[in-house]
Design a protein around this ligand. Structure first.
Ligand code: ADP
Ligand code: MG
Length: 600
């Protein structure tokens, strides 16, 4: 590069560069503006977005407002009312402090700030477009502040290109607001997206009331309080160990009310549950760590979502202790099993069981502990007969035992342990793992249907409504095209629930909710329209559907269904479930004779 003269950047360029760090997407604007409202002591914050905030974002609060001089100054770079001297930086008690948000946002949008202090006769409205000049007018306003951000990124097309669909951006906005609402239960929050109310959280003296509004009744019914006093105090709620999710998405962590992403804290939470949770599963937790502001450095990242602790060991220790105490003292530990534990109050909504003409459905299905996959152990435990017992073999193609699979030859003897269907033939005995078998068949159906453009659907006579968290509802609705292709028809039913009107035939509804939760986790982040190829995460969703939609170990199966299951396995040559476990094994007559020393 040729040598070029060095120049100090003009302010508008500095602002746009800062905006690159502070304003990643519409949700970041919402975060900064709502943080300002909270710092201004607002009791009520209304957020309105259009097209996920890409078209416009409006944040209105009833906080302290600004006088005309401060209003003008607030748009200058590095202008803040929250830090005056070096000592202030060591003990930050407000959410904002960098004085960057307003000038950054104003530099990349058509920006209007209207504000009035309660004591002033009138307010001031300031307007600017990108790097353009500031205009102002006196305005009659209610006390408080209103910021309107129109056409975000209109002058930074590179950034605009990285935006997702309006719906996805609206989802991010809702997530940010939920997080802030969880950290500030005494403030009334309202979020409107394209005119529709997405979140309303009235001020609540009781933190559980706020959790109820944000996370929904079902999650709250499974939470227990978690508290610790001391130099590092902990306040919050955590889920009982048998209520878990496939992602960390419902672990909400705060430091002095500020939402944070912190590995140490996350490790303390998952570590405290330890083996109480199945592998790869995560709890629900809303935890605020309270400590003196001079012991935490919040000036680590422009978006202020990361922190550095002076003594991270103490934070880890306090969180671990708080969680361990709750987990050890809670009723489920003393009583052992879920069935014996007094059930927490349930929401009145129970899923309606649709008409059951589908084979293999077990409406009275016994739920196995912890909604986990009901799978037989992959390696059989060894018992006293180990030595004498010949190894069970999978049915090899062309073997004598293939004969057992001849439709005419088989005879159903019954089920052992409500899981292994046993058939006999002159050549030997055949065992079928009912769950693995049904799962393998469903998976084959789903894969074939997906490949052919859509899995066959069966309308439910009585549609089902299921309750989810607002975030889960958003993802499910956003990815409904994927689900439709997988044979599940659903729509937003309002109030945190979805209405399911069709499912693949032969699909058990017992674990439908868990299926959809896992599907949402698998799909989130993919393009909203399924493409030609089957992506690994879509395949994972289909495998989950097959696993959860199949009869479980423990479900009773009628003899006719057992025979039909074998018939289908035979016809379609399904030998393994999606996890690779065998579905059929056999013991030949010769094996038995050797076992009983009738033959060599
Ligand atoms: P910071 O929050 O880091 O101070 P901002 O650019 O976000 O920086 O805001 C600049 C200043 O504008 C704040 O320090 C505050 O004094 C004032 N301000 C911003 N938003 C509001 C609001 N909603 N109500 C009252 N004052 C506000
Ligand atoms: Mg701020």
């Amino acid at each position: 590069m040729d040598s070029r003269e060095i120049r100090v950047m003009p302010d508008w360029l500095k602002n746009q560069i800062a905006a690159g760090e502070v304003v990643e997407r519409p949700a970041s604007v919402v975060k900064e503006l709502v943080e300002n409202s909270l710092d201004a002591g607002a009791r009520r914050v209304v957020v309105e977005v259009v097209d996920g905030g890409l078209t416009s974002i409006r944040v209105v609060d009833d906080g302290c407002g600004m006088g005309p001089e401060d209003a003008r100054r607030s748009l200058l770079r590095h202008a803040t009312s929250k830090l005056y001297g070096p000592d202030d930086l060591l003990a930050i008690g407000t959410l904002g402090f960098r004085g960057e948000a307003l000038p950054s946002i104003a530099s990349i949008s058509r920006f209007t700030l209207a504000t009035r202090r309660a004591a002033d006769q009138s307010g001031l409205r300031l307007h600017c477009e990108g790097a353009g000049p500031l205009t102002e007018e006196v305005a009659g306003l209610a006390p408080g502040t209103e910021v309107l951000v129109v056409d975000l990124f209109f002058n930074t097309p590179a950034r605009r290109k990285f935006m997702k669909s309006p719906r996805a951006e609206a989802g991010r906005v809702a997530e940010i607001l939920e997080e802030l609402a969880l950290g500030h239960p005494a403030v009334h929050f309202l979020l409107l997206s394209d005119g529709r109310k997405v979140l309303e959280a009235p001020a609540s003296a009781d933190p559980l009331g706020r959790l109820w509004a944000v996370l929904g009744a079902e999650v709250c019914n499974n939470l227990f309080e978690c508290r610790l006093e001391g130099p590092v105090a902990v306040r919050g709620f955590i889920s009982q160990p048998d209520f878990h999710r496939s992602t960390r998405g419902l672990v909400h962590l705060f430091v002095n009310g500020r939402p944070v992403k912190d590995r140490t804290m996350m490790a303390a939470v998952t570590g405290a549950y330890g083996p109480r949770l199945p592998k790869g599963r995560f709890p629900v937790a809303v935890l605020d760590v309270l400590l003196p502001t001079d012991q935490v450095d919040v000036n680590v990242h422009p978006a202020k979502s990361e922190v550095r602790f002076q003594n991270s060991g103490a934070v880890f220790g306090a969180l671990s202790r708080a969680l361990t105490l709750t987990l050890e003292e809670a009723p489920w530990s003393a009583l052992g099993t879920k069935a014996q534990r007094p059930a927490p109050p349930r929401s009145p909504q129970t899923p309606v069981t649709p008409n059951s003409s589908l084979p293999f459905r077990a409406p009275q299905a016994r739920e196995l502990p912890g909604e986990a996959f009901a799978m037989a152990p992959s390696s059989p435990t060894r018992g006293v007969f180990d030595e004498a017992l010949p190894a069970l073999t999978e049915v090899p193609a062309g073997s004598v035992l293939e004969a057992i699979l001849e439709p005419a030859a088989e005879r159903y003897l019954g089920a052992f342990a409500d899981c292994y269907l046993i058939f006999s033939a002159p050549e030997g005995v055949l065992f079928v793992d009912q769950h693995a078998a049904h799962e393998g068949l469903l998976f084959q159906d789903l894969l074939e249907g997906w490949g052919a453009g859509g899995v066959r659907k069966q309308g439910l006579l009585v549609p089902l409504t299921l309750a989810f968290t607002p975030a889960e509802v958003r993802v499910l609705v956003e990815y409904s095209a994927h689900l439709r292709r997988a044979g599940i028809e659903l729509e937003d039913f309002g109030g945190g629930s979805v209405l399911i009107s069709a499912l693949p035939p032969d699909f058990s509804v017992g674990a439908l909710k868990a299926t959809l939760q896992e599907a949402a986790a698998a799909l989130e982040g993919l393009p909203v329209l399924p493409g030609k190829e089957l992506l690994p995460r879509q395949r994972q969703m289909l495998a989950t559907m097959a696993c959860k939609g199949a009869v479980k170990a423990g479900d009773r199966i009628a003899p006719a269904e057992a025979r039909r299951l074998l018939e289908l396995l035979r016809k379609r040559g399904v030998k393994h479930c999606p996890h690779g476990r065998p579905v059929l094994r056999s013991l030949s007559l010769e094996d038995l004779e050797r076992w009983f020393k009738r033959a060599q």
